[in-house]
Design a binder for this molecule. Structure first.
Ligand code: ASP
Ligand code: MG
Length: 428
C-alpha cells in the first residue's frame, strides 16, 4: 500500500461528466489499497473567466481581493469532486489551501510555499478518507490572508503535498499522455518519453514545454518527489521525472538505462527580440542598458553583442524577452536614449526559439553541429545562439519554427513510428 498524490488540471474537471470520470479514477486507486490525496485545479477556464470578470469591475483589481476571487475556482472543483466520490460510496473530504496547511509568503498572485502543515489531511487519511485539496492557493500567517501561487500553481500544490506527506509518487494528470520529445502539435511524430531527468525537464519547461510547470519540477527535485505526468483520458503510464538518486517504482520499466544524447526539442513563440543599435563600445554600457530593462520589469532571456565595427567604436546588442514585456522595455530604453547614447531601437516580435535539450551533451561532441547542419540544409537562418551545459537554443524566424523543429527532431533520431495521439491537447 502506497500514499499517492494525484493532481488534476482544469481540462480534466471541466464539467460534471469529467468530474465523475476523475472521481472514478481516484476511487480505483483507493480500491487498489492506496491512500489518496488529490490536488485539483479550477474547472476548465474558470480562472481566466474570473480574471476577466475582475478586469471588468476594476482596471487594476486589488491583489488581496483578486486572490480571494481566484481561489474560489478551486473550491468549486474540490467540493464537487468530493461529492462525486461520496456518491460512489467512498469517504472523501475537501480542504481549502489554508485548511490543508499550505503556508506561503505574503505575495499575492505569486506566493511561495514556505511550509506545509498537513495535520488535518493526516487525520482524514487516518480515518480512511480520500483527501481533496484545492490547488493553487495558500495562507499567509502574518497577514492572515489567502494567497495564490501564480498561474498553473496546482502542480506546485501537488508536489508540495507529496513532499510533506512523504508520498510514494505525485501523479500529475492533464489531457496529454506525458512528456514528449517535442510538442506533438508541432512535430506530429514526436514520441512520449517513459523517463526524463529532472534537470532535462527543467530546461524543457523553461524553453517552451508546457506540460509541467517549472516551479513544481524545481520543488520536486529539491524535495526528492517522484513526478509521474500522465493523461486523465488514457491508461498510458505517462512519463516519470527522475531527480538525482531517485529510482522508478517497482514494476515500472524505463526505456533502458542508456541515456539518449538528446531528450527533446522545445519550441517557443512567446518571445520578442529587441536590438539596441549603435551602442558606444565602452565599459558600462551593457550594465546601463540591462539595468533599465530590468527596472521595466522585463525578464531577459538570450543576449547577443556583436564586435564593434572598428571605425565607429559602436556595437549592436540584441536580447530576447517575453512579448508581453517588450512594450515596457522599449519605452524605458527610449526614455534613456540620450544618457546611454545609442542610435536607435528595433523591435521584432516575429521570432521563434528552438531548444535542444539533453544531459548527454556533457559527454558527447558534435551535438551542436548536428543542429546547425539540419537548419542549414533547409536554408533556415539562425539569428541568435545560446547554450547551457545541457541545452542549445537558436532564434529563427517564427514562420520557420515548426519546420525547424521537425527537421531537428529527425536529425537527432527522435522520430517515432506513429503519430502521437493528442487527446484534447492543451497539456493542462
Ligand atoms: N486554476 C489555476 C490556473 O488556471 C491554477 C492551475 O490550474 O494550476 O492557473
Ligand atoms: Mg487552470
Amino acid at each position: 500500500m502506497a500514499l499517492i498524490v494525484q493532481k488534476y488540471g482544469g481540462s480534466s474537471v471541466a464539467d460534471a461528466e469529467s468530474i465523475k470520470r476523475v472521481a472514478k479514477r481516484i476511487v480505483d486507486a483507493r480500491r487498489a489499497g492506496h491512500d489518496v490525496v488529490v490536488a485539483v485545479s479550477a474547472m476548465g477556464d474558470t480562472t481566466d473567466e474570473l480574471l476577466d470578470l475582475a478586469g471588468q469591475v476594476a482596471p487594476i483589481p486589488a491583489p488581496r481581493e483578486l486572490d480571494m476571487l481566484l481561489s474560489s475556482g478551486e473550491r468549486i472543483s474540490m467540493a464537487l469532486l468530493a461529492m462525486a466520490i461520496h456518491s460512489m460510496g467512498f469517504e472523501a473530504r475537501s480542504f481549502t489551501g489554508s485548511q490543508a496547511g499550505m503556508i506561503t509568503d505574503a505575495t499575492h498572485g505569486a506566493a511561495r510555499i514556505v511550509d506545509v502543515t498537513p495535520v488535518r489531511l493526516r487525520e482524514a487519511l487516518d480515518e480512511g478518507a480520500i483527501v481533496i485539496v484545492a490547488g493553487f492557493q495558500g495562507f499567509n500567517r502574518d497577514t492572515r490572508d489567502i494567497t495564490t501561487l501564480g498561474r498553473g500553481g496546482s502542480d506546485t500544490t501537488a508536489v508540495a503535498l507529496a513532499a510533506a506527506l512523504n508520498a510514494d509518487v505525485c501523479e500529475i494528470y492533464s489531457d496529454v499522455d506525458g512528456i514528449f520529445t517535442a510538442d506533438p502539435r508541432v512535430v506530429p511524430n514526436a514520441r512520449k518519453l517513459d523517463v526524463v531527468s529532472a534537470e532535462e525537464m527543467l530546461e524543457l519547461a523553461a524553453n517552451g514545454a508546457k506540460v509541467l510547470y517549472i516551479r513544481a519540477v524545481e520543488y520536486a527535485r529539491r524535495h526528492g518527489v517522484l513526478i509521474n505526468a500522465r493523461s486523465t483520458f488514457s491508461s498510458s503510464a505517462g512519463t516519470f521525472v527522475l531527480g538525482e538518486g531517485m529510482s522508478l517504482p517497482e514494476g515500472v520499466e524505463g526505456e533502458g538505462m542508456e541515456e539518449p544524447i538528446v531528450a527533446g526539442v522545445a519550441t517557443d513563440l512567446s518571445q520578442a527580440k529587441i536590438t539596441v543599435i549603435g551602442v558606444p563600445d565602452v565599459p558600462g554600457k551593457a550594465a546601463e542598458i540591462f539595468k533599465i530593462v530590468a527596472k521595466s520589469g522585463a525578464n531577459v532571456d538570450m543576449i547577443v553583442q556583436n564586435v564593434s565595427a572598428a571605425n565607429t567604436g559602436r556595437t549592436d546588442i540584441s536580447f530576447t524577452l517575453p512579448k508581453s514585456d517588450a512594450a515596457q522595455a522599449l519605452k524605458a530604453l527610449a526614455a534613456d536614449q540620450q544618457d546611454v547614447g545609442f542610435a536607435s531601437l528595433v523591435h521584432d516580435d516575429q521570432i521563434g526559439k528552438l531548444s535542444v535539450v539533453g544531459a548527454g551533451m556533457r559527454t558527447h561532441s558534435g551535438v551542436s553541429a548536428t543542429l546547425f547542419e539540419a537548419l542549414s540544409i533547409s536554408g533556415i537562418n539562425i539569428e541568435m545562439i545560446s547554450t547551457s551545459e545541457i541545452r542549445i537554443s537558436v532564434v529563427v524566424r517564427g514562420d520557420d519554427l515548426a519546420a525547424a523543429a521537425r527537421l531537428v527532431h529527425t536529425a537527432y533520431g527522435l522520430d517515432g513510428d506513429v503519430e502521437a495521439v493528442v487527446h484534447a491537447g492543451t497539456g493542462r
